[in-house]
Write a protein that binds this ligand. Sequence first.
Ligand SMILES: [Zn+2]
Length: 411
Amino acid sequence: MSNSGTAEVLIPRSLFVIEDIDNLIIDVEDLCSVSISWEDGFVSELKPLKNKITKPKNILFPRFVEPHSHFDKSFTWAAFPNLESNYGGALSANLQEHKTRSTDKVLERVDKSLKLAIQNGYRAIRSHIDTYKGQSIDIWSELFKLQKKFSSELTLQYVALAPLEFWNTTDGEDLAKMFSSNGGILGGVVVPPFNKKDTSKFLAKMLLLASKNKLEIDLHIDESIIEPGAGIKVLLETIENLNINSIPITCSHLSSLISLTNREILKLGEKMAERNIKVIALPLTNFWLLNRSNKTTSLKRPVAPIKQLQNSHVDVSLGSDNVQDPWYPFGDFDPFYTLSCSMPMLQLNPWERMTLSSIFLAPSRLLNLKWDGLIKKGCPADFVILDAQRWADVFSRNLKRKVFINGDLYC
Ligand SMILES: [Zn+2]
């Protein structure tokens, strides 16, 4: 059978569940030697490789989950470059791009992004889609068709990234209604400077609309160097005043929080954990766009304080964000590119459980996927297998990888 197989591989200790742990050979970087078999697209056996003198020559990961991307504008850098490389420049190039945007162009970008993402090893992706007043709702039926077309290879979630006020219009209500039957998430931007009263009012409208239609919310929030934590504070206050607990909320970016004291971060983190608000750290765009000066090199780079938030029991995922568009000129939907940059930027140790949680397990929970990403008997045979024996092999050179989807070699 083609969707069956067996392999001797290394798997990071925190990414699999095995019964017979006594005989497990674990190396200094927490990579374990195991034998894995799969049948009919599911893992049928996982056992320690006993008395092995030679180390397996491959590392196996579950296929990856990307919690935050922007398929609708990917690869627009050449036509809409942002050579100043700052937030303001990205926003104005983005608005220029909107003027020439058509459904066909967006679908082409989504299609190209999806194909790359699948062959690079992703199994699920959440993508924001710019949404604005006057835009035809028809684009969404086409996007949902594309989502269905690729569904056997990848789970795709859409977030309608709109100005907050949009969710207080009839267009916004219509879209929310459409999302309640097709899936889809309400998105918005809360970045200072903003009018606190208006922001709170529109956030409340958005939260109530999400509650009414049983939808989730994913906000670009505090992607800034000024007014640390201003957005999350307004969001928490608004939720408290409305007294609603049932809406799953994701805070993407949350970068300015890093300028608060650790005590303040922990306190805010505890409040977020209480409300089950999840966070996505996006180091690549944050490091690229924020606090940029042409004359000076600064070490001050706002990015979500992953470790402090994890210490407050907030579920933090690590994501890529933009690919070759005005917001970020590089990348190609390759998890290993994102991770190779992120490890040194954020001083994350890949051999640690909490790092791997932010890459594999937290994003699976965030997207509410059927499979939590842990390799165990009965889980989908969805793997990325690398020619590698050490973490240095994973993050240092051109990788040779094989992607397995439902037990079949995809590429
Ligand atoms: Zn984004």
